[in-house]
Design a protein around this ligand. Structure first.
Ligand code: 5GP
Length: 362
């Protein structure tokens, strides 16, 4: 199934710190003393069955190791290169802006470090800022066919846009600060807001003012929804009508009906749901029913480092588990173009690119 790798793909649900390479994480952990290192090593290597609760403990550990400007820059660069190397042509990368007064880090300087990482990628061409009205979309358009690719520049290209995440541990004020930062950073490719963090913590009402403000100001919004059994919150989230939701696991009939009628696209994170024991097996995953019902879906990795997966792997699992062929998987990937948060120019470029690849497949 090499085609799962070579097929152009869009990644719309990837957390920066969850996508860190294991090798980088281990390298960073060597700065710890021997006892702490072996603890970190144990957690890092035990990726196949972590409960959701353990995953959030792991994130706290990762953040201790990664929250400084240079490391944030480094992991951003590596994450973009990793996605591009498996033919992801559009990446929406999300991260929680962090403040750490002891090292002079503000939420803004954290995001500046991410932007520095985007600028420092050199193995691929990165388009990360929105284009002005009069400029052509991609500096170096995506190669339209294999032939083109060989004849012209064979460097890979990737569009990257950023979502700023609100952590469920945050207050309304902190969430609002993140939204204001996102507005200030729009010219650098920040296109939206995500609500994430431990789903067993916090109340929907805490984040609502910031999410409403984000929407009023024209930012796109996606929510982690239904990761734990919380019917009331799922109901409230669907009533808010976000432009996308992630996971959507513990949905009851009423939620499903609401979702279906509102046609909100769902970011499917299959391996993540299984590894966190939120779904017992691939066969039991809601993907297949919703796919058969023709609901808008996009396959995503969530945390490729933490769950030791890749987007190509997610495509392979779905193709193999549900008997979908190359053409169906290609359409699944192509449909995701319609759910991206970047502007219409980027959408149009991606549509053209997918059309040319489709022609070549005939
Ligand atoms: P960061 O925002 O630090 O770049 O990425 C890690 C953070 O993303 C975690 O601390 C957590 O807040 C959020 N995150 C990563 N994976 C998940 C997930 O599966 N569910 C939820 N709700 N949040 C997640």
């Amino acid at each position: 199934m090499e085609w799962c790798f070579s097929m152009p793909k869009l990644e719309l649900h990837a957390h920066l710190n969850g996508s860190i390479r294991n090798s980088t994480l281990l390298e960073l952990a060597t700065a710890l003393d021997e006892k702490d290192f072996s603890e970190v090593e144990h957690v890092i290597l035990k990726y196949d069955d972590r409960s959701l609760k353990e995953v959030f403990k792991l994130f706290d550990l990762i953040h201790i190791l990664t929250t400084d400007h240079d490391t944030v820059t480094r992991i951003t660069k590596e994450v973009v290169e990793d996605f591009a190397s498996e033919n992801v042509v559009y990446l929406e990368l999300r991260t929680t802006p962090k403040r750490n007064d002891s090292i002079g880090m503000s939420k803004r300087s954290y995001i500046e470090a991410v932007l520095k990482g985007l600028r420092s990628v050199n193995s691929v061409d990165v388009d990360f800022a929105p284009h002005s009205e009069d400029s052509k979309t991609f500096l170096n358009p995506l190669p339209s066919t294999t032939e083109d690719k060989c004849n012209r520049d064979s460097r890979k290209k990737i569009f990257v846009r950023l979502l700023l995440s609100i952590d469920r541990r945050e207050t309304t004020e902190a969430a609002m600060e993140t939204v204001k930062l996102a507005l200030e950073m729009r010219q650098y490719g920040v296109v939206g807001i995500d609500l994430s963090g431990n789903p067993s913590i916090g109340e929907w009402i805490t984040y609502l003012p910031a999410l409403k403000f984000a929407r009023e100001q024209g930012l796109h919004v996606t929510l982690h929804c239904g990761e734990v059994r919380n019917p009331k919150e799922i109901h409230n989230m669907l009533d808010f009508h976000p432009e996308r939701i992630g996971h959507a696991i513990f949905f009851e009939e009423e939620h499903w009906r609401k979702l279906k009628s509102s046609n909100i696209p769902v970011e499917i994170c299959l391996t993540s749901n299984i590894r966190t024991l939120s779904v017992p097996s691939v066969d039991a995953h809601h993907f297949v029913d919703w796919y058969n019902a023709k609901h808008p879906l996009v396959l995503c990795t969530d945390d490729s480092g933490v769950f030791s997966t890749s987007l190509s792997n997610e495509y392979k699992i779905v193709a193999m588990s549900f008997g979908l062929g190359r053409k169906e998987m290609f359409e699944l990937s192509r449909n995701a173009v319609e759910f991206i948060f970047a502007d219409n120019g980027v959408k149009e470029d991606l549509r053209t690119y997918f059309n040319s690849v489709a022609k070549n497949m005939e």
